[in-house]
Design a protein around this ligand. Structure first.
Ligand code: HSE
Length: 432
């Protein structure tokens, strides 16, 4: 490599522009730390004429990012287009096959094709770096892959989606329902016009699949992630959780069990005494548990031009320094075979929160309690406020640790009762 690292940027959205600004502003510091200049040579985006607030006329322009990916004189291709098929995949594959290193922020691409792309990169001796793909500016990949490299990782979990964390925080602060907070979040630019990727949990699931692959030396297995979002969380749940000493957070969690590895994204009640319960607003948090390190908590901004550009630039500096760790912490040939698909939901016991919507009349609670008893589910707390004869009232229950299979079977019976007026809300409770 010459005295400069020549990069091509595919995609000039917030992160691409943020990266150009960062490389310009921190140029001297980066040269000193990386040992070379990191220089933008070429760029590609959909619309050459768009005003992005920066001057890109000094860079070679490509209408076609895949052509740029194989162009001469480029050391690293930075893929910031997004999406798991089409042009982004083309750009990354073309770059690797042409012997370029790749830095990407594209969690969807890696969640779907990570192992195949890592294998391709190994074959072509290319680096495929993706710090920006998980939790934006937080060094979650380096923290887990490099920092905990000497540990057997037992669990990694966290708040992996800032949009959901912001919305849950606002719902708790205002008591307003999901739809109202979503509209506000969209108006403020914290949620996309098409919010599904965030609020239905897929964005967090993409990130979790990458963390799980590193943590457990497995192929990336996005299809095995059990995904649930936050649309069904009501202000009532947040209110009762608070009263019982919990906060509701959308958690991505990958855990080793006797039977395999579970990967889940779902809202959970978290005891307020745990630090992760108090990570609010748009912040992300990643907790890692290892055999010797015990517990590590990383907190920071998971999105935005500055934090994401910071992570991309850190990967570029690694490449300039000649640092090339195995892409998922272990070479693809040494990854453990995938676990059976039925290990996606933990079989170990956990406590649950239930909100049952019942008709307020004698004997209703007794029927529910009897059903839980018949499934060997033990109750910890019961809350029912007010008295509205014949009307729909919420009964809030928390249980002692119980098996999810038993819980789902009990719920099938409970929800079929004439006196139960809506599907029961079921959320796991994280142990303190
Ligand atoms: N939309 C994501 C979030 C950031 O809200 O955290 C990019 O993955």
């Amino acid at each position: 490599m010459s005295q400069k690292l020549s990069i091509a940027i595919a995609g000039l959205g917030t992160v691409g522009v943020g990266l150009i600004e960062l490389l310009h502003q921190e140029r001297d510091l980066i040269r000193a730390r990386a040992g070379v200049d990191i220089t933008v040579t070429a760029v590609s985006a959909r619309d050459k004429t768009r005003d992005r607030g920066i001057d890109v006329s000094g860079y070679q322009w490509f209408d076609d990012a895949a052509t740029m990916a194989a162009a001469p004189g480029i050391d690293v291709v930075v893929e910031l287009i997004g999406g798991h098929e089409g042009i982004a995949k083309d750009v990354v594959e073309t770059a690797i096959k042409a012997g370029r290193h790749v830095v990407t922020a594209n969690k969807a691409l890696l969640a779907h094709h990570g192992t195949a792309l890592a294998k391709l990169a190994e074959e072509h001796k290319a680096n495929l770096a993706y710090e920006a793909a998980v939790a934006g500016g937080i060094p979650a990949i380096k923290g887990l892959r490099e920092g905990l490299a000497a540990n057997e990782v037992t669990e990694v979990f966290g708040i992996l989606n800032g949009t959901c964390n912001y919305m849950l925080t606002e719902m708790a602060a205002t008591g307003a329902p999901f739809d109202e907070i979503l509209a506000d979040a969209q108006a403020l630019g914290y949620a996309e016009a098409e919010p599904s990727t965030d609020v239905d949990g897929y964005d967090a699931a993409h990130k979790l699949a990458l963390l799980a692959a590193i943590a457990f030396a497995r192929p990336v297995d996005f299809d095995a992630v059990h995904v649930d979002g936050i649309r069904h969380i009501s202000p009532l749940d947040i209110h009762y959780a608070d009263e019982l000493g919990y906060k509701i957070k959308l958690l991505g969690q990958a855990k080793r069990h006797a039977g395999g590895v579970s990967q889940t994204v779902r809202p959970q009640l978290i005891p307020k005494s745990l630090p992760v319960a108090n990570i609010d607003g748009v912040l992300n948090a990643v907790v890692m548990r290892g055999s010797f390190v015990d517990e590590v908590l990383l907190v920071g901004r998971g999105a935005g031009g500055g934090p994401t550009a910071s992570a991309v630039a850190a990967d570029l500096i690694d490449i300039a320094r000649g640092i090339a760790p195995p892409i998922f912490g272990i070479t693809t040939g040494h990854m453990q075979a995938e676990s059976p698909a039925n290990d996606t939901v933990p079989e170990s016991k956990q406590a649950y929160y239930l909100r049952v919507s019942v008709k307020d009349e004698p004997g209703v609670f007794a029927d529910i309690a009897a059903t839980l008893r018949d499934h060997a589910i033990s109750l910890e707390t019961v809350v029912q406020r007010g008295h509205e004869p014949g009307q729909n009232v919420p009964v809030i229950l928390t249980t002692h640790p119980s098996s999810e299979t038993a819980m789902r079977s009990a719920l099938a019976t409970i929800d079929a009762m004439d006196t139960v007026l809506a599907p029961t809300q079921l959320l796991p409770i994280m142990p303190a």
